[in-house]
Write a protein that binds this ligand. Structure first.
Ligand code: SF4
Length: 342
């Protein structure tokens, strides 16, 4: 089956003086060769620490950044080779929800104007239907009755309500894919669960494929079918979510899982936790060999000199670690830790 959205060898680089460099250019590679595939209706979580390149991948996927190398295919077609009309159809089919709902709405536009713009540009409904369609969209994202919210400006909404409007704007054009870049991290904790539930409902009801970018592994577990773990511009592990949580096959994934919060403070104190040390290195000066080796508890001599090639793993995933086959000896998945101490 042809994936709905496919990324092959994606690289995105920034010139040191600012701006994105084009093919053949030089500078800092924020994304250094990413392969991904998203099937129709699937939810893929893209996880990793800040600065690993997740947002850059997201922006390239929706056409906001131009790749320095590699290919993005939509429904099997290279998006760089699309003509004007097909390109517009791709931009319509792949929509983005941004991290900060405060910055991503125009403060001078009412909810009606915000929603009417994409409806008009992509000719989703006749002009006479714009108001009714905008109200229906607000209803769909939980701002009900939608008609009562149409004439309000962004400052008259709470953070959670603004993110609902951003989601309504994304689904207004009947997309096939939503790329959600940390869509709950700027919201109050009490609101996050509501927005996550909304994403789940929309994926299920509208058959949307979703790329959900997050650093919160508890979100990944509840929301995604597959997970891809990024480190310093590359995917280091990818696979079905249950398989990755059951037995992570890259030390970085294992470290992220071991560092994820445990709600019971008594239980948390009883756990022997080895926090992930140091920061993500600068992409301007990446370590040689395996980029994770300066922070890896399992690094050996080969790790400093040879970059591991991604290899298929039992369970249907892949790992870029020289010692992935030894995972049963060093991986202590979150679930197993909880079982051991309970
Ligand atoms: Fe650690 Fe070596 Fe595996 Fe890299 S290749 S994750 S340094 S064990």
């Amino acid at each position: 089956m042809t994936p709905l959205l496919q990324v092959e060898g994606l690289e995105v680089g920034y010139e040191t003086g600012g701006g994105v460099f084009r093919r053949g250019g030089a500078g800092v590679r924020a994304v250094a060769g990413v392969d991904l595939a998203l099937n129709a209706g699937e939810v893929l979580a893209l996880v990793g620490e800040s600065g690993c390149g997740k947002t850059t991948v997201a922006r390239a996927l929706v056409g906001l950044l131009r790749p320095s190398a590699g290919r993005i295919r939509f429904a099997g077609r290279d998006v760089e080779a699309l003509g004007r009309d097909d390109r517009l159809a791709w931009r319509r089919a792949v929509q983005m929800v941004f991290q900060d709902p405060f910055d991503s709405l125009n403060p001078r536009k009412t909810a009606l104007a915000t929603l009417a713009q994409p409806l008009r540009i992509h000719r989703i409904v006749p002009r006479a239907e714009l108001r009714r369609e905008a109200a229906r969209l607000l209803d769909r994202v939980g701002l009900s009755p939608g008609a009562a919210y149409l004439n309000r400006y962004p400052h008259q909404f709470s953070g959670g309500q603004r993110q609902r409007i951003c989601i309504a704007r994304a689904i207004a054009v009947r997309p096939q894919v939503i790329v959600a870049d940390e869509p709950v991290s700027a919201l109050d904790v009490s609101i996050r669960a509501q927005i996550l539930t909304l994403f789940q409902e929309l994926s299920r009801d509208l058959g949307l494929a979703t790329i959900f970018i997050t650093h919160d592994l508890t979100v990944v577990r509840s929301l995604s079918d597959r997970v891809a773990v990024m480190y310093l511009g590359r995917i280091v592990e990818e696979g079905p979510t249950d398989a990755v949580f059951a037995l992570p096959r890259h030390p970085y994934t294992a470290a992220l899982l071991a560092a994820s919060p445990i709600p019971d403070p008594v239980l948390a104190r009883r756990l022997l936790r080895r926090p992930l040390g140091g920061d993500v290195p600068s992409p301007a000066d990446p370590p040689g060999g395996c980029a994770f080796h300066p922070r890896c508890a399992h690094a050996a001599a080969i790790c400093g000199t040879q970059r591991p090639v991604p290899q298929p793993q039992p369970g249907g995933g892949m790992s870029a670690c020289h010692f992935a086959a030894d995972a049963p000896q060093w991986a202590r998945p979150h679930d197993r830790i909880l079982e051991e101490v309970s």
